[in-house]
Write a protein that binds this ligand. Structure first.
Ligand code: KIV
Length: 268
């Protein structure tokens, strides 16, 4: 089982994928992925919402529970959903605790900012490992008015670097950097002892994370920084078309899918 300490000490690039259910967690785990992130991206990827804003702690407990039941080797990190942390410290800790105690996550991820430095310190003191997340933080979609790149000017790049250092000081065990220029991600990575995991942040991070559905080619749309390593959507569409045709043509079910019972004469 990968631990947060293994990640901090890893010499190899860290591999991280999201998963939201047992079958995909099994596939990621068996492929040897280091970290499975039960992202709040479950909202738009799986639950059909436009954004991650409606995702609840209950959603995250349910999906994290499914993933931890399946994952045997990977470190499972659960995202804290919008407004489940940050406004009130006791409530934030209670919600994080549910993800560890009820759902079996080994750590939580917080979309980070000035408001999460003290909270990260307190969670770590209490034994809740925290993965920080800087750059594009999708829970700010309404403030951003979309999903723009971050850290593209001197001032915002410096802010990301400062916040990265303060979250490391607060005890975060790693940092996700999302949609920032690769030179900014490299500079942040060089400045930290803890590993960075990039998404749309170039090759200079200590590891990479992608959304499972994007990586396997299941998503209808993928961001420009993602790569499709398969065509699962195409395969699924073909299988469903074949099924419909087989039922309509009477080819399915065939003799081998059926059985007959004797001694039912009184039925007829
Ligand atoms: O929710 C999520 O999937 C994430 C990753 C993209 C880092 O936060």
């Amino acid at each position: 089982m990968v631990t947060v300490r293994d990640l901090r000490e890893s010499e190899e690039p860290i591999t991280m994928l999201t998963a939201y259910d047992a079958p995909t967690a099994t596939i990621a785990d068996e492929a040897g992925v280091d970290v499975i992130l039960v992202g709040d991206s479950v909202g738009n990827v799986t639950l059909g919402y436009e954004t991650t804003i409606p995702v609840t702690v209950e959603d995250m407990v349910r999906h994290t529970d499914a993933v931890t039941r399946a994952a045997e080797g990977a470190l499972v990190v659960a995202d804290m959903p919008f407004l489940s942390y940050g406004a009130d410290e006791a409530e934030s800790i209670k919600n994080a605790g549910r993800l560890l105690k009820e759902a079996g996550a080994a750590a939580v991820k917080l979309e980070s900012g000035p408001h999460t430095v003290g909270l990260t310190r307190r969670m770590v003191e209490l034994g809740i490992p925290v993965m920080a997340h800087l750059g594009l933080t999708p829970q700010h979609v309404n403030q951003y008015g979309g999903y723009p790149r971050q850290g593209t000017d001197q001032e915002s790049a410096e802010r990301i670097l400062e916040l990265a250092k303060s979250h490391e000081d607060a005890g975060a065990f790693s940092l996700v950097l999302e949609h920032v220029p690769s030179n900014v991600a490299r500079e942040v990575t060089d400045a930290l002892e803890i590993p960075t995991v990039g998404i749309g942040a170039g090759p200079g991070c200590d590891g990479q994370v992608l959304v499972f559905d994007d990586a396997v080619g299941l998503s209808e749309w993928t961001p420009s920084f993602s790569e499709q390593f398969g065509d699962v959507r195409g395969e699924m569409e073909k299988a469903v078309d074949d099924y419909v045709s087989a039922v309509e043509s009477g080819e399915f079910p065939a003799k081998e899918h059926s059985h007959e019972a004797s001694d039912l004469d009184s039925l007829y």
